[in-house]
Design a protein around this ligand. Structure first.
Ligand code: NAD
Ligand code: UGA
Length: 457
């Protein structure tokens, strides 16, 4: 039996360790966190995050070989392999503020590992980190005078929220980077052996440490770049009566481009795209590559434009003022099937509408609690309403900001009947049946497609 420990029981640590525990009943997996409430939730029936299929996997292993605890020091001392999946947010102070990764949580963890270890261990970077972080980690961990040796391995996580369990069960690839020394290669093999219990060998890629660390940042940068690219073109579509869905289809059927991640939207959100690209931008500047840095920064700038421009278009369509008007925001989560609202475009739109003195009502099936916490500074100005019908009642406009499938199924005729007329729908996800909505009486504003209105020019 191998004792596996994961430090950090968040969106990555919880689901990944639950899946490892499910497939490796011969190993004991402990997941620890400083957040007592979170650990209590992992131990309960009310898990701290919403993720389809997560509860079943947790229940299949919890109490058997999967355990959640706040006793970090004790579990460090017993562990053979330690995954670290603590948060690595953007630094908001000092050098590199606003771009570089804040590695204080990561370094604290490394020091805690060394203080509580009596045996040598493998330490696995699961968090997303700047390239060459492992070097610093090795130096901190191996500066002990107790004869302990730590192999540092990079095993970045590629799961997406909302599909975390599916992504873990059937990953496109698992990436494991290590030193090219005999000890480093043995450590790589130990991590390969864990995943090989359910992941086909050909999907397990092994590389050197730096390629692995950098590949994670680059993978996110490429994905976000596709969204900013399609959103940039959506703006051109709106000026030319081209249709972004048709353009995305025509472009994406080229097998060299591929169809995924070409859905134009109000903008990408989530805890990682922005932070990881900013981190990449910082690294490029740090290594004296300003042209490369400017190139990637534009992906973020385009996304910020997309969110701001969405609100500008709303205001322009609604006769250049939304002051005092009730506007229902359908969705707070940064994407469907998650309760996560970090960097959600919905919250950015909400704040911009509040700046315009609109009366904002937000609805969401799972994310209202997180939305409340994120909007704490303006909480008095926002109405949180779980029922979308009630949210839209008496509203001038609806803005669809999260692609929850339930919003497609709503009875828009009865919603329309209860709204102020003329009524507007801004479909920031292009998920609704625009023709049908127009026939009901709505003025419909999709992304990257001509609007369907009842106004004569
Ligand atoms: P999260 O904020 O949900 O979870 C991190 C957890 O670490 C928190 O519960 C926090 O309390 C805990 N923590 C912080 N310092 C600690 C310490 N010293 N000891 C014990 N626990 C500590 O973050 P997340 O979304 O799980 O992301 C973690 C890392 O994984 C980040 O680097 C992120 O970039 C990366 N990542 C995230 C995703 C995702 O979908 N969220 C996907 C791939 C990679
Ligand atoms: C993303 C990556 O997809 C994961 O591989 C990675 O592990 C993770 O970041 C991470 O490092 O945290 P995630 O942010 O959870 O996963 O979700 P995505 O599906 O990538 O969506 C991100 C945002 O882009 C969402 O707001 C989504 O609505 C938006 N999006 C996505 C679009 O606007 N258009 C698309 O075509 C696809």
């Amino acid at each position: 039996m191998t004792n596996i420990l994961c430090i950090g029981a968040g969106y990555v640590g919880g689901p990944t360790m639950a899946v490892i525990a499910k497939h490796c009943p011969q190993h004991r997996i402990d997941v620890v966190d400083i957040d007592e409430k979170k650990i209590a939730a992992w131990q309960s029936d009310n898990l701290p995050i919403y993720e389809p299929g997560l509860k079943e996997v947790v229940l299949s292993a919890r109490g058997r070989n999967l355990f959640f605890s706040t006793d970090i020091n004790e579990h460090i001392s017993q562990a053979d392999i330690i995954f670290v999946s603590v948060n690595t947010p953007t630094k908001n102070f000092g050098r590199g503020a606003g771009k570089a990764a804040d590695l204080q949580f990561w370094e604290k963890t490394a020091r805690q590992i060394i203080e509580n270890s009596t045996t040598s261990k493998i330490v696995v970077e699961k968090s997303t980190l700047p390239v060459r972080t492992a070097e610093a980690m090795e130096r901190i961990l191996n500066s002990n005078n107790r004869g302990l040796f730590f192999d540092v391995i990079s095993n970045p996580e590629f799961l997406a929220e909302g599909t975390a369990i599916e992504d873990m069960e059937n990953p496109d690839r698992v990436l494991i980077g290590g030193r090219e020394t005999p000890s480093g290669q043995r450590a790589v093999q130990a991590i390969v052996d864990i995943y090989a219990k359910w992941v086909p060998q050909e999907c397990i890629i092994t590389t050197n440490l730096w390629s692995s660390e950098l590949s994670k940042l680059v993978a996110n940068a490429f994905l976000a770049q596709r969204i900013s690219s399609i959103n940039a073109i959506a703006n051109l579509c709106e000026k030319t009566e081209a249709d972004i869905s048709e353009v995305a289809h025509a472009v994406g059927t080229d097998s060299r481009v591929g169809p995924d991640f070409l859905r134009a939207s109000v903008g990408f959100g989530g805890s990682c795209f922005k932070k990881d690209i900013l981190n990449l931008v910082y690294l490029c500047d740090h290594f004296g590559l300003p042209e490369v840095s400017v190139y990637w920064e534009q992906v973020i700038k385009m996304n910020e434009y997309q969110m701001a421009n969405f609100v500008s278009k709303m205001v322009a369509a609604m006769f250049n003022t939304v002051a005092g008007k009730r506007i229902a925001l359908f969705g707070a989560a940064f994407k469907a099937n998650t309760s996560d609202t970090r960097e959600s475009a919905a919250l950015s739109v909400c704040r911009s509408l509040l700046d315009e003195h609109a009366q904002v009502v937000i609805t969401d099936p799972y994310a209202l609690e997180n939305a409340r916490a994120d909007l704490i500074d303006v909480i008095e100005q926002v109405i949180f309403e779980p029922d979308p019908y009630a949210a839209a009642q008496g509203a001038h406009a609806i803005a669809v900001l999260t692609e929850w499938p339930q919003y497609v199924e709503l009875d828009y005729q009865s919603i329309y009947d209860e709204m102020i007329h003329p009524s507007f729908i801004f479909d920031g996800r292009n998920i609704l049946n625009h023709k049908k909505l127009h026939n009901i009486g709505f003025n419909v504003y999709p992304i990257g497609k001509p609007p369907k209105t009842h106004f004569t020019r």
